[in-house]
Design a protein. Structure first.
Length: 444
């Protein structure tokens, strides 16, 4: 079979991401090849011909989407919520020509009935344990409407992603891999459990090392971005992984929770292994809002300042992520966030709108309360307000986020941040996320 693996583009998402000075404090637009598709591509038999197609890249490079008129035997799509409508357009176009379509990802897993209106088969949950069966059924012309994962994929036997399918891999700023799956926390707005389930699973460290060596054969100096939900929640595993990464000479980042600051030995090893940044969802500094997110984060909130300071004193930047729109948030939330950020001085800031993703407890609650304002999935990118907040208007949230990011990027705050990170370690100047934070000093 000739198989297309398609990552759909989202015009609205990239439009919002381009407004960096308004919506995000992150200096650089990041690009990744789609890890889900490339992971599943490793299960495609050698006698088949697989082609990886990234609409984001084609669009950003100004190239035509000529693949839409090509003949494939099977088209595989994965989509986040904000990509869903584009994925449906692609699927409908191929199916109109009699080409079968498989669809998976977070949105399809949450709304398989909706996705099934546009696809011959929907993959619900993890793909590794169902994709080989889907391929066999497609080959026989006997695809079933829905395939549901058991949610127990043994990561010891998952093959490395087929990054060799990506032409011009160096176009991407970061290369995604994963080491673990699952998260012990159950945040009410998080959609990850819908796909991966609650069980925390770890890939053998020697397999991760081999995958990174494979990446380095394709790209000598990669920046590895681990896509795990909460990679370092098992500190023993985190220490062992960091030790194994030290000889590889890479730069990398990962998602984790704020408790990582308690293991300073692990922080030392992470810094030595090339970890430049930890991406942490703090969500809020208001106890009531944290309790809405999950009980665990409510208990951790009092340690947030110490967590950020401790991590960064070990030479690792913190990308602090916050969301606004909880029922406890009001017009004073933005000033309280600004005050905390000015005291904690995270290396990067990403503050967004609370988004009720389908399949989450938050979505179900707001839906039952009649508070969902829009189900135009293109707006579900964390940059739009899609529900009726309790103590704020949608405009107040957007205006407040704009103000917060302008405060964070103001000349006064940039000067404070430059001084702080220069005092910690000169290596912060070389980090991917440094952007032009230090350029003003160099130009003087």
């Amino acid at each position: 079979m000739r198989i297309a693996l398609v990552h759909p583009h989202s015009i609205q998402y990239h439009h919002d991401r381009d407004s960096q000075n308004i919506i995000s404090g992150i200096d650089d637009i990041e690009t990744f090849p789609n890890l889900a598709l490339l992971s599943l591509a490793s299960y495609i038999p050698g006698e088949d011909e697989a082609e990886f197609i990234d609409e984001d890249r084609l669009t950003l490079e100004g190239k035509p989407l000529a693949y839409l008129d090509e003949d494939f035997d099977l088209v595989c799509l994965t989509a986040m919520n904000h990509q869903a409508l584009r994925a449906y357009e692609i699927a409908d176009r191929f199916r109109s020509r009699g080409i079968p379509v498989i669809m998976g990802g977070f949105h399809a897993s949450a709304l398989p009935g909706e996705a099934g209106m546009h696809a011959d088969a929907v993959a619900v949950g993890e793909g590794e344990d169902i994709f080989p069966l889907m391929l066999d059924d497609a080959r026989k012309g006997n695809l079933k409407p829905v395939y549901t994962s058991g949610g127990k994929v043994d990561l010891s036997f998952v093959p490395p992603p087929a990054l060799g399918l990506v032409k011009g891999l160096d176009w991407y700023t970061k290369i995604p891999l994963f080491a673990t799956r699952g998260c012990s926390h159950d945040c009410n707005f998080c959609c990850l459990r819908k796909v991966y389930g609650p069980k925390y699973r770890k890939k053998p460290i020697d397999k991760i090392v081999e995958e990174i060596k494979m990446v380095k054969e394709l790209l000598p100096d990669p920046f590895i971005s681990f896509a795990d939900e909460n990679m370092l929640v098992d500190c023993k595993y985190g220490r062992e992984l960091a030790k194994a990464l030290i000889p590889l000479g890479i730069c990398w980042e990962c998602y984790c929770d704020s408790s990582v600051y308690k293991d300073e030995k692990m922080l030392d090893l992470l810094a030595e292994s090339g970890c430049e940044e930890l991406i942490i969802g703090f969500e809020s500094v208001l106890p009531g809002s944290l309790e809405e997110a999950c009980n665990w984060k409510r208990e951790q909130g009092k340690n947030y300042l110490k967590a950020i300071r401790t991590i960064q004193e070990h030479g690792i930047g913190v990308l602090a992520c916050f969301v606004v729109g909880f029922d406890h948030d009001d017009s004073g939330t933005f000033a309280r966030l600004r005050d905390f950020i000015e005291e904690a001085l995270p290396f990067e800031l990403d503050a967004a709108t609370l988004t009720p993703m389908p399949g989450t407890p938050l979505y179900e609650r707001l839906k039952s309360e009649g508070r969902i304002l829009s189900e135009d999935w293109r707006r579900y990118s964390w940059f739009q307000v899609n529900f009726k907040p309790k103590n704020l208007t949608p405009k107040e949230i957007m205006d407040g986020l704009e103000w917060l990011h302008k405060e964070y990027n103001s000349p006064r705050m940039r000067k404070i941040r430059r001084k702080y990170f220069s005092s910690l370690s000169p290596k912060f100047k070389t980090f991917y996320g440094a952007g032009n934070l230090f350029e003003e000093d160099e130009n003087k």
